[in-house]
Design a protein around this ligand. Sequence first.
Ligand SMILES: [Zn+2]
Ligand SMILES: [Zn+2]
Length: 357
Amino acid sequence: MLLPSTPPLSLLLIIFLHNLPPYMEARPAPEFASKQLTETTASNYYHYHDHNRFLNSRRGSHVSGLSVIKKYFHYFGYLTSQDYDVSDDMFDAPLESTVIYYQSKLGLQVTGKLDFDTLSQILAPRCGVPDAGSSPTLHATKNYVYFPGKPRWARPIPMTLTYGFSPDNMIHYLSSSDIRKTFKRAFSKWESVIPVRFVETDDYGFADIKIGFYAGDHGDGEPFDGVLGILAHSFSPESGRLHLDAAETWAVDFEVEKSKVAIDLESVAVHEIGHLLGLAHSPVKGAVMYPSLKPRVKKVDLSLDDIQGVQSLYGTNPNFTFSSSLESDTSANPAVGSRFEPSLWAMSMLLAACVCM
Ligand SMILES: [Zn+2]
Ligand SMILES: [Zn+2]
């Protein structure tokens, strides 16, 4: 099976709700005071210092600084018209359509305005890979999404993929052993549902999947942005590159790592491996392929949506049963209920127009 090579899928961008506690769903007064905006990279749009002013803005609003939101949408593939100027602060019709599309894509209530949940989602830590994937009309009753061209590893099934860690691009506050064990668990999540084996190799140069931690601009056109914001990025098949932002506080055990900005390495690894296999972002909040992940949250179990998505690319592992998977899933993932939400593809045509990443 021949597959088109796909451009970099950019960043696992985890936007950070600075100082936002994990109990945010309880709807405290919005607290968006955050970092200063530095527009040196596209990924820093989150770090605008005063997001409160955008709350509940809607079509017709003119809010100083709103262009930051437009640039955010542009960066993640929601506002891709070349004619559209993202530099002004007017909440115009295209922005309203974009907000509706964004809300649809991420399973939010579709209001067309920057309501609390939408603004919170924009500010939340998330994956930097653009959300625009292939047309949802390919599988209108499903939620999972592929990359344009539906690339996958084109090898006979069952296949083995090797992975290696960059000897020169590791972090040192976690032991190499802990990092390796964490990735082994992450790979095993996918391995258990599809007929693909992942084997670590010491021969990094020849590994199918190359994993490393990088800081700032590291030569692939998708610079990392420091603490939070972008956490990592990966590339669609068959690139195999999986890059993590070295500036994050990566954790393998929240009992040991107490930082409130700590990010669970295994959760991000599971998500990024999904990209390496060919899955784009899912609108299902309980899916590991949902683009955002809050600090100090662990989400490592594949949802039904993730499983169906990857199995439609590679087939089913003969040892896999849905019941066993869902049992462990249900016990380990408190978000299990949300994965059965119907998708809200209200702007599916707009999505189709945005798959040019
Ligand atoms: Zn992602
Ligand atoms: Zn990179």
